[in-house]
Design a protein around this ligand. Structure first.
Ligand SMILES: *Cc1c(COP(=O)(O)O)cnc(C)c1O
Length: 339
């Protein structure tokens, strides 16, 4: 598929590495049935560009290019108090000479603190122009439009980026990732039975579904929910994948079976720590010096670990874990992670 007709900014040099995780795989196997487990590898999307980057970097390459094409001077987006998406959007804005404003949804009541470390500290260091905190359940689209209207009254021009950068254009970032992955597997003579990825606002999972379908990549793709169970997450991902396919003019309908989701591991609530997340974050840090994050990749890896221990991800299976970034949030969860 040719993505070159879509304007794109580049924030990363080359492809993100694919690395084996032998010490982690051995430690995991020791707790799997019969002492045998999957062979786990990682694709390092935590090494994408933008201070430090993560999956949002790929989406922003297309979204920011569109903002610049439209003559915007300010990026407006939204997220949770420790949003990686907001932080990376702000980093892109700084790099492009744009201003940036957030609407922050306090999904867990009382979780916003002006003195917080982690991403919130970086919001301030990277120079966010303004942020508005709103309660859980607020219509975020309307709130961002309010910010854009206020800027328009001052003669400025906002470009609104939806939560997680997950619309059709943002999803192209993960079509590009699917193509990058396909090329790497070919060049490196690698093959995987399964790719495991976090599934939240759905641009990453949905973009990959579109990219796998469009490029005929036959590897099974499993999304582990970070905020929803499959009954609500799978339709969201399918809708995103369809929107991406339509934007690309692929002329195909995304079949329901192309979207595989598992739930449970995010509970009791989005961003709230669990013992399994703490185990996963500690295990990867101590076996591979790989830093996961407490909100997304820690819970996704907790899911992978549990599925392997239950034999759902089988012994000897070759699994590629997509590391979507987020390590800056670790610093806002210090007590929990060492407790
Ligand atoms: C946003 C985010 C995700 C989820 O990706 P979506 O495209 O929103 O589904 C996963 N991991 C990290 C670190 C994130 O910041």
């Amino acid at each position: 598929m040719d993505l070159s007709r879509f304007p794109r900014r580049r924030y990363t040099e080359g492809a993100t590495p694919i690395e084996p995780l032998p010490r982690f795989s051995a430690a995991l196997a020791a707790s799997c049935p019969g002492g045998r487990g999957p062979e786990v590898w990682v694709k390092r999307d935590d090494l994408l560009g933008l201070a430090p980057g993560g999956n949002k970097t790929r989406k922003l390459e297309f979204l920011v290019a569109d903002a610049l094409a439209q003559g915007a001077d300010t990026l407006v987006t939204c997220g949770a108090p420790q949003s990686n998406h907001c932080r990376i959007t702000l980093a892109a804005a700084a790099k492009e000479g744009l201003k940036c404003r957030f609407v922050i949804e306090e999904r867990v009541p009382g979780s916003f603190s002006e003195a917080a470390s982690g991403n919130h500290f970086l919001f301030r260091l990277l120079g966010v122009e303004d942020l508005t905190v709103v309660p859980a359940g607020t219509d975020m689209g309307a709130a961002m439009q309010g910010v854009a209207d206020e800027l328009a009254r001052q003669g400025r021009k906002a470009y609104i980026i939806p939560g997680g950068g997950s619309n059709a254009l943002g999803g192209l970032g993960y079509v590009a990732c699917a193509q990058e992955l396909q090329q790497q597997l070919f060049e490196q003579g690698l093959a995987f039975d399964r790719v495991v990825v976090g599934s939240g606002s759905s641009g990453t999972h949905g973009g990959l579904v579109a990219g796998f379908l469009g490029n005929r990549i036959a590897v099974s793709l499993l999304g582990i929910g970070v905020s929803r169970d499959p009954d609500t997450q799978a339709p969201l991902v399918r809708k995103e994948a369809q929107a991406v396919c339509d934007l690309l003019g692929l002329g195909l309908t995304v079949p329901p079976e192309a979207v595989q989701c598992v739930g449970g591991y995010w509970q009791p609530k989005y961003s709230v720590p669990t013992p399994a997340m703490v185990e996963a974050v500690q295990m990867l840090a101590r076996t591979e010096a790989l830093l996961l994050d407490p909100v997304y990749t820690g819970k996704v890896m907790a899911g992978l670990i549990d599925l392997a221990r239950r034999g759902v991800i089988g012994a000897g299976e070759r699994v590629l874990f997509l590391h979507t970034g987020g390590m800056t949030a670790l610093f806002a969860y210090q007590d929990v992670l060492l407790g």
